[in-house]
Design a protein around this ligand. Structure first.
Ligand code: SF4
Length: 340
């Protein structure tokens, strides 16, 4: 296999999922649960009064986005749309504005579809059944498991990249997991979930992976599992086949798409942004267009100039603008572009 993903990389060896003896498992379970009780970050979606909907929103937002950026957006979002019915009824433009710069804005529209389906199929209540969650648009295996566990206290294995890394190091002695989660690994991980305190197990393994057993600098000296960790016992072998993919951002389509979306957000609800102000080289702007650019409100002008400063070329910018329209993130009105 040649596909590699950021941070989680080349497939581990075939022996990566060994049986775990019950005594070791019980020790690890207790230590993770105890560590979590003492070290869990006091995040609002972990409070006793967090609703299943607020937990679902948090899980969607925090995919591919750091918690520090999620927190203020989540708080504003829950203030505006405390329940699925509220979000389902919101204009898409407001949803995209509130998503702000969390990245991958299609997630915002998918979340709105999820909200609509919850209203339609479940009377506005987030279902507590993992299969029913999985059947919702935009809800994948991870989100369904996370909501089942964290929102409803159901016993299931919540496997994000952090949990998989911790389990792989502690029990299998491998530095990194394969990018793809196989059915065999799901079954293996599911068998490790304790009968009691399974929510704390899921949350604790995830938190340990986020704060201590990180991908690049595991703090083994501060870890409650040091003396039971198979990877440490093996001398922390570095997987020689691991090649990290760079997280290059500058010059990418994602960067340019993000800049266009910022211009549309800044322009909302002003008149839509003329496409040529985003795409035409300065020398090719007409006098009217130049005047229009100069007369834009400050925030809109800054955002439009930021797109132009990327110097991506008119064709490429126009292509990505059309992609945004196709993805439902923008609407084209004649020669202008706006939020939906
Ligand atoms: S001892 Fe080190 S590698 Fe093992 S789980 Fe803890 S932080 Fe991770």
């Amino acid at each position: 296999m040649t596909h590699r993903d950021a941070g989680e990389l080349t497939p581990p060896p075939a022996t990566a999922l060994p049986p775990v003896d019950p005594e070791t498992l019980a020790t690890v379970q207790h230590r993770i649960i105890d560590w979590y009780a003492e070290h869990a970050r006091p995040l609002p979606w972990r409070s006793a009064d967090a609703t299943p909907w607020s937990i679902l929103v948090c899980e969607v937002m925090s995919q591919q986005t750091p918690i520090s950026r999620v927190l203020p957006r989540w708080e504003a979002w829950m203030e505006t749309w405390p329940g699925p019915a509220d979000l389902a009824a919101a204009p898409a433009s407001q949803v995209l504005l509130a998503w702000d710069s969390l990245g991958y804005p299609r997630r915002a529209l998918r979340l709105q579809e999820t909200a609509a389906a919850i209203v339609e199929r479940h009377g506005g209540e987030v279902p507590d059944d993992e299969e029913a969650l999985l059947a919702l648009p935009g809800v994948g295996a991870y989100t369904a498991a996370a909501v089942t566990s964290f929102a409803h206290g159901g016993r299931t294995a919540v496997l994000d990249v952090n949990v998989r890394r911790v389990l792989g190091r502690v029990f299998a002695g491998v530095q990194h997991r394969s990018p793809s989660l196989t059915a065999a690994e799901r079954r293996w991980a599911a068998a490790l979930v304790p009968d009691d305190e399974h929510v704390a197990w899921n949350a604790g393994a995830m938190e340990l992976g986020a704060l201590v057993c990180t991908a690049t600098s595991p703090a083994c000296d501060a870890c409650p599992l040091t003396d039971t960790c198979a990877w440490v016992a093996a001398g922390r072998p570095v997987d020689p086949t691991v090649v990290r993919r760079g997280q290059a951002w500058a010059g990418t389509d994602r960067q340019l798409r993000g800049a266009i979306m910022r211009a549309l957000r800044a322009g909302n609800p002003s008149p839509p942004v003329p496409v040529r102000l985003l795409t035409a080289p300065t020398a090719q702007l007409t006098a009217d267009e130049s005047r229009l650019l100069e007369d834009l409100d400050d925030p809109v002008q800054r955002a439009v100039l930021a797109v132009r400063d990327l110097d991506a070329g008119g064709d490429r910018t126009a292509r990505l603008a059309e992609d945004l329209v196709r993805d439902g993130l923008a609407v084209r009105e004649a020669d202008r572009l706006r939020l939906p």
